[in-house]
Design a protein around this ligand. Structure first.
Ligand code: SAM
Ligand code: SF4
Length: 427
């Protein structure tokens, strides 16, 4: 029997695509291995959104180059955002790689795999399984934020037909999946490119009717595409969770303009306030970049102050990293040195730790509903509708069930509780 090894970094879209590639290789009769040296095919799913991610990918490729002379028959394929249209240049730079294919281009991968006798007759990619599943609904992005490489690597916005997604989620629910997370780089622009056009609100409404499905989430979003229709859908549809990802990226208007985000800090504030009014108890996560070209101390302070004012549940803070080919890398000098960027990142991380601690501490003594995903080191864990990670101890079998848990302890990134009397309690 032949083995495969998949190595993935980056966003949930990469994770989802790796899950599907893994399911396909399983269906072809290959066996997963954690040890690259034992694999007959190694698949590397790459991310180059920041230089640090790219460095890890290149490091991995160098280590795999050393493996090649020992196992010349083993195949190495690379996908993800490292792969641009100039694959001959990539082959020159990384001669150890047998095949590069664009993110999500499973047809290209299958054709190559067939040539190398990896594939059997199975052509349809088997669906993932488990209580929670990722479902990609839109590829690419048309926004071209000045710092971002995604539109250059994943291409223009391309939505999957609504009927395909409905069919897939119905199949997942029939097989026992309770929660789906709809994925895309700009998921709230879903449907704008379809003929006739549709939107995410319509898709959510249709998905909400699927029997057996309990929860629906979606990410990542662009604030400009968060329409009142989508906000109402989240507020009104019982299965759509009260958790929204709304990347702000900066709190200063000149920086936002240089980033080409298409909104001001005041417009973003209004959006948050409309969302909080329409969806009581909503939890919000955001992304922010520090050290964008020219970011002064005052401009950084505006980002900091806005985060302090809006009090997000989660903040992902990234240090600006110039990406080749993007507008910012071509036109703006990366003039904030690392010794200034890093402390800015740490200040925001510290602020957020404090805010998240306070938000989570307010849940102590309350009972929350979690969808149990799995167990680890003697504890079951799952997430609330608001995406809080909760642990509890119990000897029963809880995977895939909804549990009521009374929170006893909290930290900034987790909650710990005790099982309450549960309608779904198997005992
Ligand atoms: N589409 C979402 C949006 O509009 O904000 C986010 C998707 S983006 C691929 C994921 C995150 O990576 C961004 O929110 C941003 O914070 C970060 N990112 C993208 N390009 C970056 C860069 N050049 N330097 C630092 N962080 C970057
Ligand atoms: Fe990148 Fe998101 Fe901007 Fe698209 S909307 S270019 S994915 S940051």
């Amino acid at each position: 029997m032949r083995n495969y090894h998949i190595w993935t970094i980056g966003c949930q879209m990469n994770q989802a695509e790796s899950e599907r590639l893994s399911a396909l290789l399983d269906a072809w009769g290959l066996r997963p291995t954690n040890i690259p040296a034992e694999a007959d095919i190694i698949l590397l799913n790459s991310c180059v959104v920041r230089q640090s991610a790219q460095d890890r990918v290149v490091g991995k490729l160098i280590s795999l180059k050393e493996l090649k002379p020992k196992r010349p028959e083993a195949l190495l394929a690379v996908t993800g955002c490292l792969v641009d249209s100039n694959t001959s240049q990539l082959h020159q730079r990384f001669p150890q790689v047998d095949f590069f294919f664009k993110p999500g281009d499973f047809d290209q991968f299958q054709a190559w795999a067939r040539k190398h006798n990896l594939a059997n007759g199975v052509k349809e990619i088997p669906l993932p399984s488990g209580p929670t599943c990722f479902v990609p609904i839109i590829q690419g992005c048309d926004n071209f934020c000045s710092y971002c490489i995604v539109p250059y690597r994943r291409g223009r916005q391309h939505s999957r037909p609504l009927s395909d997604i409905l069919q897939e989620v119905s199949q997942l629910a029939a097989a026992g999946t309770k929660e789906v997370t709809l994925l895309g780089q700009n998921v709230n622009a879903y449907g704008q490119d379809l003929l006739p056009p549709t939107d995410l609100a319509e898709l959510l409404t249709e998905l909400n009717r699927i029997e057996g499905l309990k929860r629906i989430r979606f990410l990542t979003n662009h604030p400009r595409d968060m329409s009142p229709r989508i906000i109402s859908a989240v507020a009104e549809l019982d299965k759509v969770c009260e958790h929204l990802n709304l990347p702000i990226q900066a709190g200063d208007d000149d920086i936002l303009a240089a980033m080409r985000r298409g909104y001001s800090a005041a417009e973003y504030r209004c959006l948050v306030s409309a969302i909080r009014q329409a969806i009581p108890g909503v939890s919000l996560s955001t992304d922010i970049i520090v050290g964008f070209p020219g970011e002064s101390q005052e401009q950084f302070q505006r980002s900091y102050d806005l985060l302090q004012e809006l009090r997000f549940d989660t903040v992902h803070v990234a240090v600006y990293s110039p990406r080749p080919g993007t507008l910012a890398a071509r036109k703006l000098k990366d003039n904030i040195p690392s010794f200034m960027k890093k402390p800015r990142q740490q200040l925001i991380e510290k602020l957020q730790e404090h805010i998240a601690h306070e938000i989570n501490a307010a849940l102590v003594g309350k009972t929350v509903e979690i969808l149990v995903e799995d167990h680890s080191r003697g504890r079951w864990y799952g997430r609330t509708r608001t995406n809080k990670l909760v642990f509890f101890e119990d000897v029963g079998q809880w995977q895939g069930l909804l549990a009521q848990v009374k929170i006893e302890k909290s930290g900034p990134w987790w909650l710990l509780g005790k099982l309450e009397a549960n309608p779904e309690n198997p005992q």
